[in-house]
Design a binder for this molecule. Structure first.
Ligand SMILES: Nc1ncnc2c1ncn2[C@@H]1O[C@H](COP(=O)(O)OP(=O)(O)O)[C@@H](O)[C@H]1O
Ligand SMILES: [Mg+2]
Length: 396
């Protein structure tokens, strides 16, 4: 067998080894190990494009030190190996220590890196990254070397693509399994909550009767008040949970949103006064009527207004504006509370997510579902120290 035949044999063996697993991490590790051995390299690194960030991210290395691994991700457009991605052609640099374009020549010197050969990882449709081979001594890579590494890179790219597809499919399956499990759990807990309702009602009524009998300022009075408070909380949690777990389909009728709003404001009036919150409304004249389920929209308003009140424990101003815009009617509820921190923001609509000690964390998720059932939208705008505005958009 001549030398080039032997190299081809090796390449075939490598290709079949790389594609014999579907574990992405394993594929990547095998690629760099094989490339390293094949090219007799000091360090071999594989960088993948992160499309969203626009960077090249080290995905696997062979023979590299911790310092090398600690390098930050590189901008695809800024880095040297980024050129390989942009041109799609191999890059050969005889000595990276002398290369002014090389961003980490200092690091290269410390790592004892000299010659660089970088080839694109190309699938049928795109370039997904680069494969870099560094040698310890100056090396002249000839046409054959470059072709060999390019071949290895294209085999690798296909194996990486397959492993990624496999991973995505496994993740999709896992999500489906999770959501099936959640659906079953949801049914079960809705039944459970429903069963709790009756005994809870009985207890609440009996405790109410007891409270009428005894002296509210006596030794049992204060305790009984706590018991009643906790019973109210449990009832609320169960009602909200059932609302969440067993949503009713909306019953659409023509409504004036400003009327629904006024009814809701009556409900929260006492709470607002207790918290020293002043309520202002700005309702546009001649608003069109909207097709909505009045009771459901009232619930949304109630949830949002309560959140606004609860955001202002030391009082403040709550403003509700309703106006028409395009094909929609918008309701904006603005408070002067502390705003919503970044980490809370991502979880707002998660069921049971709450930052309040007595919260259920269901208000926003129920509201969102109701509004979506109306083909509307619900959006939160928040600024730390200024307050929060929630905008509900409903089609007219
Ligand atoms: N107007 C607001 N200002 C600040 N934070 C808010 C506001 N509305 C909602 N949040 C945040 O969103 C979380 C979830 O709200 P929600 O689903 O209504 O549940 P809950 O009110 O029971 O906590 C709240 O715990 C709070 O952290
Ligand atoms: Mg709430």
């Amino acid at each position: 067998m001549n030398a080039s035949q032997e190299r081809l044999e090796t390449l075939f063996a490598i290709a079949s080894d790389i594609s014999s697993t579907l574990q992405l991490e394993e594929v990547l590790q095998r690629v760099v190990a094989h490339a390293s051995r094949l090219m007799d390299a000091r360090v071999c690194s594989l960088l993948l494009i992160d499309k969203e960030a626009g960077t090249l991210r080290p995905a696997a290395t062979h023979g590299a030190s911790a310092a090398y691994l600690a390098q930050p991700d590189r901008e695809v457009t800024a880095s040297l190996t980024g050129e390989v991605i942009q041109t799609g052609r191999p890059l050969y640099i005889p000595d990276v220590r002398q290369e002014t374009r090389y961003p980490v020549s200092e690091l290269a010197r410390r790592e004892g890196l000299c010659t660089l050969l970088s080839v694109p990882l190309r699938t049928k449709t795109a370039i997904i990254g680069v494969l870099n081979v560094y040698t310890a001594e100056p090396r002249r890579f000839d046409e054959n070397d470059i072709r060999l590494l390019t071949l290895l890179a294209s085999q690798s790219a296909i194996a990486i693509e397959n492993a990624r597809l496999h991973r995505d499919e496994m993740e999709a399956r896992e999500r489906l399994r999770q959501s099936e499990k959640l659906a079953a759990l949801g049914k079960l807990s809705a039944g459970f909550a429903h069963e709790l309702r009756n005994p809870l009602n009985t207890v609440s009524m009996l405790v109410y009767a007891m409270a009428q009998e005894i002296d509210p300022h006596g030794p049992l009075g204060a305790d009984l008040q706590v018991v009643q408070g906790e019973l109210r909380r449990m009832t609320l949690l169960i009602e909200q949970f059932l609302e969440f777990a067993r949503p009713k389909p909306p019953h659409f009728q023509r409504h004036r949103l400003e009327e629904i709003l006024q009814e809701t404001l009556l409900l929260i009036g006492p709470e607002a006064r207790a918290r020293r919150v002043a309520i202002y409304t700005e309702i546009e004249k001649d608003l069109p009527r909207v097709w909505v389920d009045g009771a459901q929209i009232k619930q949304v308003y109630l949830n949002l207004l309560l959140n606004a009140l609860q955001a202002m424990p030391h009082g403040g101003k709550l403003t509700v504006r309703i106006h028409a815009s395009g094909g929609s009617v918008l309701t904006a509820i603005t408070d002067e509370g502390g705003g919503i921190p970044q980490d809370v923001r991502a979880n707002l609509f998660q069921p049971f997510f709450t930052t309040k000690s007595g919260g259920t964390g269901l208000g926003l998720s129920i509201s969102q579902r109701i509004i979506e059932g109306h083909n509307g939208q619900i959006r939160l705008f928040s600024q730390a120290g200024v307050g929060t505005t929630v905008v509900v958009r409903l089609p007219r």
